[in-house]
Design a protein around this ligand. Structure first.
Ligand code: PMP
Length: 391
């Protein structure tokens, strides 16, 4: 029999996060700071909306674009929170998580051989997503000394005649970096000058500490050439609902709907009703539940960040998402070796920086979406481990 599996798929390495998560799930007494999902249970009003949806018999497909009521709320949310105006009818699509929205965006834009710039370190799915769509992912290394942001200089150096798009992953997983309005303003002329399309993954937009998130789509020049990806997994603690969305130009959304209508049809109906409740409730209560979660994350962020500083490690202060990304390059081993030893000797699971691209060497990602008790015990064990490595 000949080989049936496509080379791009066969040669793609498995996710480096999953590996550590799998080791962790097989060990006892493990504290896992390796997985990127909220530890909060989805708020009750949201769960209740999903139950009611099923009870009322809403158990069929919705429109391919997503339910009108939900899309209206998405447009309202984006306008009120980030000052970006989208016509809900033609400029929004509801997807199966931000993940599907990313995949649709890649497939809608990329033609064979197109280069897509991917700031690194960043989320594990971008490189495979670009490759599966037939493109070539080109990393732009972001540096600790630049706060892990994309600079105009680095961007200019990475652009070639084949570059078609850039992924803008802020607030960033795994570094916790954000890009401020001023920092975004510095790269806007380069993006425009090089005629690039922007895929802006803003899934962590609500999880910022000290300053509201700025969407690159709020720059008038960027609006027509940007698709904003967002979703309910992080801010609303709804990972299992698999609900996300995208907003962009009519042309881009129509292209994404074209792919989505053939292969996904629609996002789960009960999840759409739950998402509607989540957004309506937060918009009407000045984001009461989200703010409560954010202030809890903030307390843990400060604790974990200070704990790494106390260990004498260089540690970038994260301003978004729920990750801390300490520099462990002085420990005399690779990030992968460090995380392996840490999990086997101290039963704490973190993810080596290299899971997020080669630029992550010398770092590890610790998620603080975990209880304060867990974090205290984990950081105590990590401090012991760092001490032992230094001896
Ligand atoms: N983008 C980033 C940066 C993420 O961290 C994640 C989830 N880990 C996603 C997208 C996918 O989110 P969803 O659950 O909405 O598919």
């Amino acid at each position: 029999m000949r080989k049936f599996i496509a080379k791009t798929v066969e040669e793609m390495p498995p996710s480096g996060i999953r590996k550590f998560f799998d080791i962790a799930s097989e060990m006892k007494d493990i504290i896992s700071l390796s997985v990127g999902e909220p530890d909060f249970v989805t708020p009750w009003n949201v769960r209740e909306a999903a139950i009611a949806s099923i009870e009322r018999g809403y158990t069929h497909y919705t429109s391919n674009h997503g339910n009108p009521a939900l899309r209206r709320l998405i447009a309202r949310y984006l306008r009120e929170r980030y000052g970006t105006s989208y016509d809900w009818k033609t400029q929004t699509i509801v997807t199966v998580g931000a993940s599907e929205a990313l995949d649709l965006a890649f497939r809608a834009v990329i033609e064979p051989g197109d280069e897509v710039l991917v700031p690194a370190p960043s989320y594990v799915s971008y490189m495979p997503g670009v490759a599966f769509a037939g493109g070539v992912a080109v990393p732009i290394e972001t540096k600790e000394c630049d706060g892990f942001t994309v600079t105009a200089q680095a961007l200019e150096a990475a652009v070639t005649p084949k570059t078609k798009a850039i992924i803008l992953p802020y607030p960033n997983n795994p570094t916790g970096a954000v890009m401020t309005k001023e920092q975004l303003a510095a790269i806007v002329p380069v993006i425009e000058g090089s005629d690039l399309f922007v895929i802006s993954d803003e899934i962590y937009s609500e999880l910022t500490y000290g300053g509201r998130h700025c969407s690159i789509a709020s720059f008038a020049e960027m609006y027509p050439r940007t698709v904003v990806i967002n979703g309910f997994s992080k801010a609303f603690a709804m990972t299992g609902f698999r609900l996300g969305y995208a907003a962009g130009s009519e042309e881009m959304i129509a292209a994404m709907v074209k792919i989505h209508q053939y292969f996904m049809l629609c996002a789960p109906t009960a999840s759409q009703h739950a998402g509607e409740e989540a957004l309506r409730h937060e918009l009407d209560t000045d984001f009461a539940q989200v703010n409560k979660m954010v202030s809890d994350y903030n307390r843990r962020r400060t604790f974990v960040y200070n704990a790494f500083k106390k260990m004498g490690l260089s540690c970038f202060e994260p301003r978004g998402a729920f990750y801390v990304f300490p520099n462990i390059s002085g420990m005399g081993m690779t990030s992968e070796e460090f995380c392996h030893k840490l999990i086997h000797e101290k039963h704490v699971a973190c993810v080596p920086g290299t899971a997020f691209g080669a630029a992550g060497e010398g770092f590890m990602r610790c998620s603080y979406a975990s209880s304060m008790d867990n974090l205290k015990e984990a950081l105590k064990r990590i401090a012991e481990f760092v001490d032992e490595c230094r001896k």
